[in-house]
Design a protein around this ligand. Structure first.
Ligand SMILES: Nc1nc2c(c(=O)[nH]1)N[C@H]1C(S)=C(S)[C@@H](COP(=O)(O)O)O[C@H]1N2
Ligand SMILES: [Mo]
Length: 238
């Protein structure tokens, strides 16, 4: 039962909450733990990664299963209520319902996942719409620098526009040939494989293009603004 989540109104809790970047009000136990890890700089090896030689970034270990990580709320977003908006510093703001989103050019990508909590998972086969396809439609203005991703659970995360526009970045609706499960962020999630996985927002609701980079949920809690695994950008430096 989650009637409060699939309100068909385009403006949802992620835009109503003051301030939006704060995300869900009460930190869960996991939020508190991960915030402490940032403070203690947990898991840092200080070894520079060499992507050309190593497939596993420094401080990571390989897993075969696929862990589920979120803030404790897994929104149910029925396809009939699905909406994805791109707003902000763009020439042509856009909004797609499920049919319109699935009618966009579709792409397959295989990529590795690197989570800041140190697990990595190889060879994930995704299907979806490239972020470049969406950006070509909305046309960011000359002063656009970053995006804030906003999700149905109140989660937010920020990326520089060039990271979001990486050729491997997708708005994914399928994994290994089947619709993305709810626990992993279905109907659609972001996949930006060259950054730690917290940048890959699940249950995506809105992409806000912004003129200056600003911190999202984990970035406000000590995590790095960019999050590049090969440089071990786990935490902010101060
Ligand atoms: N909406 C939303 N997206 C999110 C999160 C979240 O809590 N809410 N957690 C992030 C984190 S910290 C990780 S590691 C990945 C986990 O994705 P998975 O559960 O599919 O492995 O989702 C990211 N995207
Ligand atoms: Mo994470």
């Amino acid at each position: 039962m989650s009637d409060h989540i699939h309100d068909p109104a385009p403006e949802d809790a992620t835009t109503a909450a003051p301030p939006p970047e704060a995300g869900p009000a009460e930190p869960t136990k996991l939020t508190a733990t991960k915030t402490r890890w940032a403070r203690e700089h947990r898991f840092l090896t200080g070894r520079p990664g060499q992507p050309a030689r190593d497939r596993l970034p420094p401080g990571q270990h390989l897993v075969q299963d696929w862990p589920v990580l979120d803030l404790g709320e897994q929104p149910d977003v029925p396809l009939a209520a699905f909406r994805l908006d791109v707003t902000g510093a763009v020439e042509a703001p856009a909004s797609w319902d499920w049919t319109a989103f699935m009618a966009l050019p579709q792409t397959r990508r295989v990529s590795d996942i690197h989570c800041v909590t140190t697990w990595s998972r190889y060879d994930n086969a995704w299907q979806g719409v490239t972020t470049r396809t969406l950006l070509d439609i909305v046309r960011p203005t000359a002063d656009a620098r970053a995006v804030m991703l906003r999700s149905h659970d109140g989660y937010t995360t920020n990326l520089l526009l060039e990271d979001f526009a990486d050729p491997d970045a997708l708005i994914a609706h399928s994994w290994e040939g089947a619709p993305l499960s709810r626990v992993h962020g279905g109907p659609v999630r972001v996949v930006v494989p060259h950054l730690y996985f917290w940048k890959s927002a699940k249950w995506l609701r809105k992409i806000e293009v912004i003129g200056a980079d600003k911190a999202g949920f984990w970035e406000r809690r000590g995590y790095h603004m960019r999050g590049e695994p090969w440089a071990e950008q786990r935490y902010s430096d101060d």
